[in-house]
Design a protein around this ligand. Structure first.
Ligand code: A3P
Length: 343
């Protein structure tokens, strides 16, 4: 797997034909095509294989900052917070340069198979701006990162085990976790938002893929537990979305301490205002509305969506609620990981 002589220790397997069939029936885009990677069986789009070894062996720098999450756990929110603290609260630049350009995104490329261009032209958008944006995000960033000036800020949804093994001995990692029920609801909407996925099933059908580890980068709990095990490493800051939501000041303070920054009370107050859901939603540098304007996103969904903890209750029937309780309890049995919402 991967390139030439580079070390990549994991094998991959194909999914069972009936699993592939079930997934492909629910996503309208024909390129949703997972393989199962390594002993934890992470489900990843097939194109990952081209870059797996390059990512695993990417050269690191001591001042790298990674923001890592399972998707829809508050990545964007945390990225903006980290970026501003690390860049002396330079709001002007934060406004001027979209977050996507401030943080190379290690794993976005794998959603685009080789012939994505034809598919996009025919099925999504033939707008030149759209195709240019897609060209950019369909290109792996490991090369770009070689010439990115320090300090580099890097976004990834890959679990730690698929990233360079010396990551924590070099750069800093901020990992954010979120109640998996809210992650599932948010991921369901996200899969409808991006026309490159185009999920056409119900939430219940999505949930059934999610808890059976048949969605991108599941198994969810393996992902979170890998980071949780490293939470006491001095270069790891482990956060929960729910705490950011409930008590932003103390989380902002923790992130500032982690990055060796000491914002004044006035600076903290402006930062909290900037990061509030209402302001964030309107912030064009982070809200991805430009992708909607050029036809890449569904009109009736939003990237910065509801911003609530516990919103899952509106989506789960009694059977799903009980199923979730059991699934969470089973997965927390062998760990002291606990979500703030699930004590
Ligand atoms: P919902 O879909 O539940 O609203 P990610 O950035 O990892 O994709 O996470 C997206 C989730 O974080 C979405 O959750 C989004 O609305 C929420 N989010 C983004 N910015 C936020 C903010 N400033 N305050 C609260 N939630 C925010």
């Amino acid at each position: 797997m991967g390139k030439g002589e580079l070390n990549f220790p994991f094998e991959y397997e194909e999914l069972k034909p009936e699993e592939r069939h079930e997934i492909q029936k629910l996503f309208k885009c024909p390129y949703v095509d997972y393989i199962s990677v390594g002993p934890k069986k992470y489900k990843i789009q097939r194109r990952y294989l081209e870059e797996a070894a390059n990512i695993y062996n990417m050269p690191l720098r001591k001042d790298d900052i990674f923001v890592l999450t399972y998707q829809r756990s508050g990545t964007t929110w945390t990225q903006e917070l980290v970026w501003l603290l690390a860049n002396d609260l330079n709001y002007e630049t934060a406004r001027a340069i979209p977050l996507l350009h401030r943080y190379p995104f290690l794993d976005i490329f794998f959603f685009f198979s080789k012939d994505w261009k034809d598919y996009c032209r025919k099925n999504i958008s033939d707008d030149e701006t759209a195709l240019k944006i897609l060209e950019q995000i369909a290109t792996p960033v490991t090369n770009l990162l070689l010439s990115t000036p320090s300090p580099r800020m890097i976004k990834s949804h890959l679990p730690l085990s698929l990233l360079p093994p010396t990551l924590l001995d070099n750069g800093k990692v901020v990992y954010v976790a979120r109640d998996p029920r809210d992650v599932a609801v948010s991921s369901y909407h996200h899969s409808r938002l991006f026309k490159v996925l185009d999920f056409s099933g119900t939430f219940k059908e999505f949930w059934n893929l999610f808890i059976r580890d048949l969605f991108t980068l599941t198994p969810y709990f393996e992902h979170v537990k890998e980071a949780w095990e490293k939470r006491n490493h001095p270069n790891m800051l482990f956060l929960f979305y729910e705490n950011l939501s409930k008590d932003m000041p103390s989380v902002v303070r923790r992130v500032a301490d982690f990055l060796g920054k000491d914002p004044s009370p006035e600076e903290m107050s402006r930062l909290r205002d900037h990061l509030s859901f209402e302001n964030f939603r309107k912030n064009e540098s982070v809200n991805m509305e430009d992708l909607k304007d050029c036809g890449l996103l569904a009109k009736d969904e939003k990237f910065i969506r509801k911003g609530k903890s516990g919103g899952w209750r509106d989506y789960f029937d009694e059977e799903m609620t009980q199923q979730a309780e059991k699934w969470i309890a089973d997965n927390l049995r062998d760990t002291d990981l606990r979500f703030p919402t699930h004590k």
